[in-house]
Ligand binder design. Structure first.
Ligand SMILES: [Fe+2]
Length: 276
């Protein structure tokens, strides 16, 4: 619905584009939305605005089951039981423009409500694509005592802090009794045959100036390290694409700006570091 002041909201634009078939939301290159016109000198009116309730996505406890060093993968599906679930959406900044290269690290319970604390079943991280889109293939997490049904996720935009939150399913009886549950984190979920399709758009507190291009993560080395050979890799250090570090005696080049975390040591995250 258009906003009361007549501006077209981000959600309206997305919905309209989807209805026109112009936005195969998960297929790169097809999202002919207003944000792509940013900076093109086109008249205003299609610039998505954050006045439809799009405050930054709220943060929630990570709980006791997070493990660093999850594998890089967008599918967590294995041979075990469970109802197939896809979760997809955008990650936006404060000006409602999508952010490429955002790290999303998902973890969840299996069909029986158990977390794999010894391995990495139902744990994996991925990055938003050039259109700021993510897609997770998984199963509907099982229930465990004390909680309603939920997914856990950590997000980090390039060179920004990590935020931790959870996603919820509509219509769950336990939503009304779970003290952590928050309706602002409800996904839209629809049934598609035997599977479920969830969607959720995250909004991160990343400054964006309307009318200028989105912050572009550098997916490939620039070749111009901002700080030439920067010594040993160290958690907590903000690295830029092209930075070079050593780790366990090997040399690595940073592929994408990020703040290093324990578990993201260069050999563990080929999306962030390339051996050189
Ligand atoms: Fe949990």
């Amino acid at each position: 619905m258009p906003s009361p002041d007549g501006m077209i909201s981000r959600k309206t634009v997305l919905k309209a584009a989807a209805m026109l078939g112009a936005a195969p939301l998960l297929v790169g290159g097809g999202v002919a939305l207003a944000r792509e016109q940013a900076g093109t000198g086109r008249p205003p009116g299609f610039t998505p605005e954050c006045h439809d309730g799009d405050d930054p996505t709220i943060e929630q406890t990570e709980g006791p089951y997070f493990k660093p060093d999850s594998p890089l993968r967008s599918s967590l599906v294995d041979d075990g039981p469970g109802t197939r679930l896809t979760v997809s959406g955008y990650v936006f900044g404060r000006a409602c423009r999508p952010i490429p290269g955002v790290l999303l690290d998902f973890w969840q319970a299996d069909d029986n409500g158990a977390y794999d604390n010894g391995g990495y079943t139902f744990r994996g991280h991925q990055f938003t694509d050039a259109n700021g889109v993510f897609k997770l293939d998984t199963i509907v997490p099982g229930l465990y005592p004390g909680r309603t049904r939920h997914l856990h996720v950590k997000l980090q935009a390039p060179s920004r802090p990590v935020i931790t939150t959870q996603l919820y399913f509509p219509g769950e009886p336990r939503n009304s009794t779970d003290t952590i549950y928050d309706a602002r984190l409800l996904m839209n979920v629809r049934q598609n045959g035997p599977a479920r399709e969830g969607s959720f758009d995250f909004v991160l507190d990343v400054p964006q100036t309307p009318g200028t291009p989105s912050p572009t993560p550098t997916a490939t080395p620039t070749g111009t390290p901002s700080t030439p050979p920067s010594g040993s890799w160290k958690a907590g250090t903000p690295y830029n694409a092209g930075d070079r570090v050593t780790y366990s005696g090997a040399s690595y080049a940073c592929l994408q700006a990020h703040t290093a975390l324990v578990g993201w040591e260069p050999p563990n995250v080929p999306a962030l570091w390339k051996r050189s």
